[in-house]
Each structure stands twice: as C-alpha cells, then as structure tokens.
Design a protein around this ligand. Sequence first.
Ligand code: FES
Length: 109
Amino acid sequence: MPSVTFVEFSGAKHVVDVPVAENVMRGALYNDIPGIVGECGGGLACATCHCYVDEAWTDRVGPPSSPEERDMLESAAAEVKPTSRLSCQIEMSGGLEGLIVHLPEKQYD
Ligand code: FES
C-alpha cells in the first residue's frame, strides 16, 4: 500500500498508508491527521481538504483535475498557491508511493 507523508503547518510529519484508488483526503481522515477536515466527504463542495503538493511531486500529481476543483479551491480559507489541490481529488496509485503533501494553516475562515 503506498505511503503518504502529511506535513502539518507546524512542521509535524505523519507517514501513513493509503490504499490504491482511495483519495488522499480519506487517507488523512482514516489516520486522524490534524489539518484535513473533508467536511463534504469528497463532493467538491467545501475546500476543507485543501493541501499543497510538495514541489517534488507536482508533475506526477498534476494540476486540479477539473474546473469544479479549480473553482472550489478559490474558496479555500488559506492562501491558494500553484501547488494547491483539493486532497479529495487526488487518487492514490502505485506511482504516488512516497507522496508528500503539506497542510495549510487553516481550513476554515
Ligand atoms: S472534501 Fe470537500 S472538497 Fe474535498
């Protein structure tokens, strides 16, 4: 099972396994990672799963996967950067083994 490293805003790191075909937001929730809320359950209706993909991974993860994700990112509570993604829209695959995502300072205003 591929591992993902979540780096909290404080710098605290959590390395967890996330099943292939599961999304990164659920991987965080299953492992009680602070800093990811996932309020809408992955329905592209909240932006509380905002994360910053580590720059070493942006090519493999890619940009927002749909116009809906791009639109929803605009309502993220923290600064939106070129590496911003909604983690519920990142599907795990074997190619993402070792993925690193950074969590924003806040998920709510
Ligand atoms: S969990 Fe709501 S948009 Fe990702």
